[in-house]
Design a protein around this ligand. Sequence first.
Ligand SMILES: *[C@@H]1O[C@H](CO)[C@@H](O)[C@H](O)[C@H]1NC(C)=O
Ligand SMILES: *[C@@H]1O[C@H](CO)[C@@H](O)[C@H](O)[C@H]1NC(C)=O
Ligand SMILES: *[C@@H]1O[C@H](CO)[C@@H](O)[C@H](O)[C@H]1NC(C)=O
Ligand SMILES: *[C@@H]1O[C@H](CO)[C@@H](O)[C@H](O)[C@H]1NC(C)=O
Ligand SMILES: *[C@@H]1O[C@H](CO)[C@@H](O)[C@H](O)[C@H]1NC(C)=O
Ligand SMILES: *[C@@H]1O[C@H](CO)[C@@H](O)[C@H](O)[C@H]1NC(C)=O
Ligand SMILES: *[C@@H]1O[C@H](CO)[C@@H](O)[C@H](O)[C@H]1NC(C)=O
Ligand SMILES: *[C@@H]1O[C@H](CO)[C@@H](O)[C@H](O)[C@H]1NC(C)=O
Ligand SMILES: *[C@@H]1O[C@H](CO)[C@@H](O)[C@H](O)[C@H]1NC(C)=O
Ligand SMILES: *[C@@H]1O[C@H](CO)[C@@H](O)[C@H](O)[C@H]1NC(C)=O
Ligand SMILES: *[C@@H]1O[C@H](CO)[C@@H](O)[C@H](O)[C@H]1NC(C)=O
Ligand SMILES: *[C@@H]1O[C@H](CO)[C@@H](O)[C@H](O)[C@H]1NC(C)=O
Ligand SMILES: [Ca+2]
Ligand SMILES: [Ca+2]
Length: 760
Amino acid sequence: MKSTQAAVAAFIATATAQVSPPPIPGSPQIIQNGNFANGTLGWQSSPSGSIKNGMYCINVPASPPGNSSYLRTSYMFLETKNDVYTLNFTATSSVGYDILVQTPDPPLDPNLNMTAALTTSPYPFSLTFSPANQAPNASLEFDLGGNPVDATVCIGSVSMKRIDRSAWRQAYGPTIKINQLGYLLNGPKMATLVTNGTTATSWTLYNAAGDACYNGQTSYQGLDAASNQTVSIIDFSDFASLGDGYTLAAGGSTSYPFSISSTLYNDLRQDSLRFFYQQRSGIAIDGNLVGPQYARAAGHVQIAPNKGDKVVPCQSGHDSLVAYLEPWTCNYTLDVTQGWYDAGDQGKYVVNGGISAAQLLMEYERTRYNKNGTSQLGDGSLRIPERNNGIPDVLDEARWELYFMMKMQVPANSAPQLFNGSMIDMSGMAHHKMHDNQWTPLPTDPSQDPKLRELHRPSTTASLNLAATAAMGARIFAQYDSTFAAQALAVAKTAYAAAQRHPAILAPSTDWDAGGGAYNDNDPTDEFYWAAAEMYLTTGGQQYLSDLEANPYHTANVSTLFSLPSGFSWGSVAALGQLDLATVPSNITNHSAIVQSVVDAADMLMAVQQNSSNGYGVFLTEYPWGSNSNNLNNIQIVATAADLTGNSTYRSAALEGIDYVLGRNAISQSYIRGYGMKQTQNVHSRLYAHELDDRVPQGPPGAMAGGANQAASDPPADDVLQGCAPQTCYVDDVNSYSTNEVAINWNSALAWVIGWASSQ
Ligand SMILES: *[C@@H]1O[C@H](CO)[C@@H](O)[C@H](O)[C@H]1NC(C)=O
Ligand SMILES: *[C@@H]1O[C@H](CO)[C@@H](O)[C@H](O)[C@H]1NC(C)=O
Ligand SMILES: *[C@@H]1O[C@H](CO)[C@@H](O)[C@H](O)[C@H]1NC(C)=O
Ligand SMILES: *[C@@H]1O[C@H](CO)[C@@H](O)[C@H](O)[C@H]1NC(C)=O
Ligand SMILES: *[C@@H]1O[C@H](CO)[C@@H](O)[C@H](O)[C@H]1NC(C)=O
Ligand SMILES: *[C@@H]1O[C@H](CO)[C@@H](O)[C@H](O)[C@H]1NC(C)=O
Ligand SMILES: *[C@@H]1O[C@H](CO)[C@@H](O)[C@H](O)[C@H]1NC(C)=O
Ligand SMILES: *[C@@H]1O[C@H](CO)[C@@H](O)[C@H](O)[C@H]1NC(C)=O
Ligand SMILES: *[C@@H]1O[C@H](CO)[C@@H](O)[C@H](O)[C@H]1NC(C)=O
Ligand SMILES: *[C@@H]1O[C@H](CO)[C@@H](O)[C@H](O)[C@H]1NC(C)=O
Ligand SMILES: *[C@@H]1O[C@H](CO)[C@@H](O)[C@H](O)[C@H]1NC(C)=O
Ligand SMILES: *[C@@H]1O[C@H](CO)[C@@H](O)[C@H](O)[C@H]1NC(C)=O
Ligand SMILES: [Ca+2]
Ligand SMILES: [Ca+2]
């Protein structure tokens, strides 16, 4: 049958001859002389063979398993990890016969590892794959041995190409950029016209019947720095007639159609939360709830081939050495089922879980204390299994993550663990993360993931994320499930105390790329601030208030506290504490100063939005990885200022900021699945890699891509985004993880903001 890996590996050492330099990346054909027009040039085989009818034919004698008869390229070529390759060849054999096709170079690539079942008629085989490894010196091999019969195997028309993106051009869409979902009836209505003209020009609004129903003059703005486009602004906020199918026309261009609605964001409110159900680990996804194409078996419930998540060990000391420079491990296993898969991968990270669960809990909690709150988040509002349990569904969803996070806590009285050369008691801390020990390919169904799942070292930041969110859970669930609330509070208290005992066990940047991201964070001060705030708001405990008041963030300036202008994020969470101190009732003495800090932060952000070099009303000055979430997190601050003050200036600014992710941007891109004429199609996710395998679905409605990334780097981005202006650095390609991934902390930002917007 096939040669074993050991036999193949033994062969690599002896591979030598180079007939010509490897083709450069992007050159279409990788295989040289694949049609054997030049005889055996560029090929080597064992046993030796000969060319017959344009095929390389080899008489392979019967041999035991493990025999390494082969045909392979004698030159080597570059294979780029995660890029897209197609391999074609035609093969036949004198008897029915299996061969294995692979790149035999270590580490063996699981993604180019194809069994070809040969018959007596020539058959064209084709495989599209993405290399799991970066392979500068790859070769292609057909393993022929190990069959119990003699056979003559013939192989021809061998062709392998890396995807050719040379024809790719950024699609800018119409030069009138709008929110493609539409505009709230009683909200601001702004559009951006990309134009060469430096003077005002007229615009016209048409209804679905094509009748002109409003018009005006653009206001010339000038150069938009982030897109390098010259823009004018269209403001039709005064137009207030409900309808679908409106278009704007100006400068010879017509916009995509859009709606004006008073319930504009209601569907997206539910869909932005639906994403979390579909990211759930440890439960079968019910096709009756979200559509048959999204049904899948429970992931990571210890049913083979899964190796997790019910009995998950710590990394071995040997494996953790590279991350910590010392052999950390532990002597227990944990059941860490449930939770959400983090992003396009299927790891679960306490730090990123923290902000994500928090924003869902905040979305709900805001409705308790705000007069403009909505009752649309109640029991039965989401298509989730818990839609009839008497508990608001957004809380059920958030609790799915809290269950996981609480299980990540180091058990009480556990044996000491190695840190910085000493054995210390980490009981009560939270493991930073758990994930596969190697990357899996796209797509991978979670129930089919065969990799080892491992706990990584506890960290102070993870412990504080656990404390903060468990404290929120305790507070918010008290009226629905007092048992859970009490349990969450106990976890929060022990996690908080453990973090205080060990305030500097940091997650290092070196703990990455073995199947998961690092989520490294050198500054736990903001996590201490957030956790102290939540502990105080939940318990009223004076020691938490003292901790809060002693924390440097308590007196920090507004831009530090709220991470402005870039926006707060999973590693900079002081803003979460401050927003909750401002909005959740408490007896804190300087409450009005805290409210004022939110208003001051909103004012700083308004200045960003109103800057003359910002033609798109977006709360961004830079476009980092996941920039859409930075914009949305900034909107959460401005919207909270609107809630706190009732000042419509903040309300309008926050609503206008949303337009960006729905298409009012330089490339007319709606980054939200299911919404908009030019919407993201090919999100980077093992669940939704439809572009690579049409048996898996595209991302569900409400899933949001990370968006423009001025430092984008991944195989498609490296090909097509060279020299891009920041706001245009986006490629809708499943392999563009640096611009097109989905993530729980990005969708949680969307969910909070859209929950707020739908209450306006
Ligand atoms: C055959 O080899 C010649 C000389 O090396 C080269 O010019 C030609 O392109 C080759 N043809 C094929 C089909 O590989
Ligand atoms: C594979 O089988 C052939 C035929 O039996 C034999 O000549 C050859 O030495 C074997 N190769 C290895 C590596 O076992
Ligand atoms: C290649 O496939 C074979 C059989 O299908 C399997 O035994 C082997 O583990 C695979 N190798 C890799 C590197 O995935
Ligand atoms: C690839 O092979 C070439 C030629 O044998 C060698 O010079 C080069 O160092 C190799 N590159 C890597 C990364 O192994
Ligand atoms: C493989 O074959 C398909 C179908 O004929 C063709 O469309 C594709 O271009 C071929 N790919 C390569 C790399 O030759
Ligand atoms: C701006 O002018 C250039 C050159 O005349 C033209 O190619 C381009 O299409 C114009 N762009 C717009 C948005 O009108
Ligand atoms: C901005 O656009 C101008 C005019 O089209 C062009 O010359 C310049 O290179 C662009 N700059 C950047 C940073 O894209
Ligand atoms: C873990 O180590 C501690 C202390 O060495 C020991 O008491 C305990 O039995 C160990 N637990 C397991 C499951 O091995
Ligand atoms: C590690 O131990 C050294 C020596 O005791 C100490 O100076 C250092 O601060 C410790 N590092 C951490 C991160 O605790
Ligand atoms: C504020 O303090 C009063 C008196 O101690 C107490 O009854 C009340 O519950 C506190 N309110 C909050 C929100 O902590
Ligand atoms: C509620 O929203 C309306 C506009 O929809 C606004 O006029 C009012 O001031 C808001 N009230 C509060 C308390 O924010
Ligand atoms: C609303 O906020 C804006 C921006 O800070 C401010 O200029 C305006 O005076 C405020 N309006 C009221 C009524 O407070
Ligand atoms: Ca419910
Ligand atoms: Ca931090």
